[in-house]
Ligand binder design. Structure first.
Ligand code: ADP
Ligand code: MG
Length: 395
């Protein structure tokens, strides 16, 4: 068991690293952050920093010698780096689950081999031209790069065989071509799992995206108990099958005919779980600290229905600070900013949480805030918040 006073290392200094470092600090731990970017958000509140690439052996050695345990916030840390660190100390999550989650081919193969339903898919190598009869059943489809895609990047809508070849003939790949599902809802689950197999499951979140980026999450998702029960059962079984220690998230699709699919997994805390900081007994980052240290997990219990809106770089006109008064003037809302310097469209700069008496009250308020924030931003196609409507769930 690693106790307060110890130093915890984290690979990656983005907002997830920042929020981890804040939780660690509050629990009495010191932190050391490794990231190639000296301006990375977590650098501002870490006790020590190492500015280096994730595969810099000398830097990894320095990290390992400076802390009692290492975790990761950056999904694409080379698995070899985690193995290198694991040979020298505690690393959670371990290299194998991270390697599976960071590669869509391994991820989808793992899921289907373990009996978890995913959207139908095939693997396509760059330059490869699969037979039409394997492609046609997947149309219309979505082509996704196997590695390094995020926030909808590295994805192409595929309507025809020609669409497919126009990408796979020119880019190296490899890719996954998956069938485009007729989505009713997008849902996610954050799971904390200790080294002893103890788990803490958060409530299911319903997620709304704009141009591939998470825009709004609503918690607890307004779905029948049997659907949330199934989501929790599947999530726990996945974490167990991965022999996972740490915090992870599973994204799900519910289609119009009520079928549930696993979309993807993240071997780290998740954007849709940021509400846990303001609305749960213990946050996903508190659990990351605890599972890393071998401490008992805390309660994931939700204290209030809530919703969370993302603040994207689109809101930062000409790099000036946006007017946050729609959030600050609402007493039920809490604002979190990540302290990033260069706001780019689509870049996650912060988020807000609204705690409400009811889910409806909270999402209505979040939507009103998003509408006011985004009303002068022409960059978003809709120019407004995502409508959160009461949708009947097919059974
Ligand atoms: P990312 O790593 O960018 O989050 P995802 O695989 O989660 O990649 O895809 C991003 C978004 O694209 C999803 O949240 C969903 O809205 C949409 N999407 C992805 N795959 C499918 C699919 N098979 N059918 C329908 N929509 C999809
Ligand atoms: Mg996703």
């Amino acid at each position: 068991m690693i106790r307060p006073g110890a130093t915890l290392g984290v690979l990656g200094g983005g907002q997830l690293g920042l929020l981890f470092a804040l939780s660690a600090r509050r629990a009495g731990f010191r932190t050391i952050v490794l990231d190639p970017d000296p301006q990375a958000p977590a650098m501002a509140c870490a006790d020590r920093t190492i500015v280096a690439r994730y595969d810099d052996t000398a830097a990894l050695l320095r990290l390992s010698e400076s802390c009692q345990a290492v975790t990761t916030e950056f999904e694409n840390v080379p698995a070899a780096s985690l193995e290198f660190l694991a040979a020298r100390g505690v690393v959670r999550p371990s290299a194998l689950p991270v390697a599976i989650c960071q590669d869509r081919i391994r991820e989808k193969t793992f899921l289907s081999e373990h009996g978890f339903q995913t959207a139908p898919f095939i693997v396509v190598a760059g330059g490869d031209r699969p037979a039409p009869e394997t492609i046609v059943p997947l149309l219309p489809g979505i082509l996704k790069t196997s590695r390094e895609g995020y926030d909808g990047k590295g994805q192409w809508p595929i309507a025809t065989i020609e669409d497919l070849f126009s990408v796979t003939d020119t880019l190296a790949g490899p890719f996954v071509l998956e069938k485009k599902l007729d989505l009713e809802r997008e849902l996610s689950l954050v799971i904390a799992r200790g080294a002893d197999g103890e788990t803490a499951l958060y409530p299911v979140s319903e997620n709304f995206h704009e141009r591939g980026v998470l825009h709004l999450s609503a918690i607890p998702a307004d779905i029948p108990l049997e659907v949330s029960g199934k989501i929790r059962m599947i999530g726990e079984a996945i974490a167990q099958a991965l022999d996972y220690t740490g915090v992870m998230a599973v994204e799900y699709f519910l289609d119009k005919s009520g079928r549930l699919f696993v979309n993807e997994m993240a071997p780290r805390p998740h954007n849709s779980g940021h509400y846990t900081i303001d609305a749960c007994v213990a946050s996903q980052f508190d659990q990351q600290v605890r599972s890393l240290c071998g401490l008992p997990l805390a309660s994931p219990r939700l204290l209030s229905p809530c919703s969370m809106g993302n603040l994207l770089g689109d809101l930062w006109p000409d790099e000036a600070l946006p007017d946050f008064s729609p959030i600050l003037s609402e007493p039920r809302a809490k604002l979190t900013l990540y302290g990033k310097n260069s706001p780019r469209p689509g870049r996650k700069m912060g988020h807000f949480t609204v705690l409400g008496e009811t889910l409806r009250e909270s999402t209505d308020l979040s939507q009103a805030i998003l509408t006011r924030l985004y009303q002068n931003v022409s960059a978003l196609p809709s120019g407004k918040g995502v409508p959160v409507e009461k949708k009947p769930v097919p059974r």
